[in-house]
Design a protein around this ligand. Structure first.
Ligand SMILES: C[S@@+](CC[C@H](N)C(=O)[O-])C[C@H]1O[C@@H](n2cnc3c(N)ncnc32)[C@H](O)[C@@H]1O
Length: 256
């Protein structure tokens, strides 16, 4: 790959600065939250997010992987790629130096074109307006023959309604078009953040329009029996959960 083929992203097209303002203030609390094994979010990540994400990423022992919005860097520690790169809009002093961390915004990455075998954005695309810029950057830095993997809390579940005691889910927002939720706190503590809701099809169509072929989409639902068994000892959540709506979604996009 030749270095002069790098297209520096146009930072001036990044309009929404809310994530740049709030995440630096939230990063430490978020990092503590995801390491706290007494929260039910730990169970959800352990049973839902991690295994599905890792399966979709696959074996990277001979691959170059970029984890965008990496937070404390848990993903590279788990995947152990041959060559691991990580970035976030917030500095991450605790990341192992072998995972080549840089402060970067997914909407204006400065990595070379066609550089990574695998590009990952886990729980990142929901924090800003310009989804199209982010997906274009993921596409640009992914090699032909490589893939991008996106994980999200499913847009039709996250903060758009409430589960009742019978695990029914009452939707309280108009899900037909994008909207913002201000002052959101993850796990009731990390925030306040601005969450950008958009219909799930917007994610899929943006990937397709950018040039990706969608190879696989996966929804993960909470198994409420397992949840009840494994979260009763001291795990407290102020959110009533439901197994009837998807909790996490995963999209595997191929660059051909
Ligand atoms: C909910 S955390 C997810 C962290 C990690 N990927 C995971 O799955 O646990 C969101 C992360 O995305 C980062 N982030 C938010 N907006 C971003 C952007 N525009 N570009 C890069 N990272 C961003 C935040 O700083 C934060 O570390």
């Amino acid at each position: 790959m030749s270095h002069n083929r790098t297209i520096q992203a146009d930072k001036s097209s990044v309009r929404d600065a809310s994530c740049l303002e709030v995440w630096p203030k939230t990063a430490e609390t978020y990092s503590q939250l995801i390491s706290n094994q007494s929260q039910d979010s730990h169970y959800l990540r352990l049973r839902g997010l991690k295994p599905n994400l890792l399966r979709m990423i696959g074996d990277c022992s001979e691959k170059r992987l970029l984890d965008i919005g990496c937070s404390n860097g848990w993903l590279l520690d788990e995947v152990k790629p041959c060559e691991g790169y990580s970035c976030d809009i917030v500095g991450q002093p605790d990341i192992q130096s072998k995972w080549k961390f840089q402060v970067q915004d997914i909407r204006s990455l400065s990595y070379l074109d066609n550089f990574f075998d695998v590009t990952v954005a886990s729980l990142v695309l929901i924090w800003f307006e310009e989804l199209d810029l982010a997906i274009k950057q993921m596409y640009r830095v992914t090699k032909p023959g490589g893939k991008a993997v996106i994980a999200m809390v499913h847009p039709y579940f996250y903060r758009v309604g409430n589960a009742d005691d019978n695990s029914n889910f009452l939707i309280s927002k108009d899900l037909s078009k994008p909207f913002k939720i201000q002052n959101l706190k993850i796990g009731g503590v990390a925030g306040p953040l601005t969450y950008f809701y958009r219909p799930f099809t917007d994610y899929l169509n943006t990937c397709i329009r950018t040039g990706f072929r969608i190879n696989q989409v996966l929804d993960w639902f909470i198994d409420m029996e397992d949840y009840a068994q494994n979260t009763k000892n001291g795990m407290n959540s102020n959110i009533t959960r439901s197994g009837k709506v998807p909790m996490y979604s995963f999209i595997e996009c191929l660059k051909e």
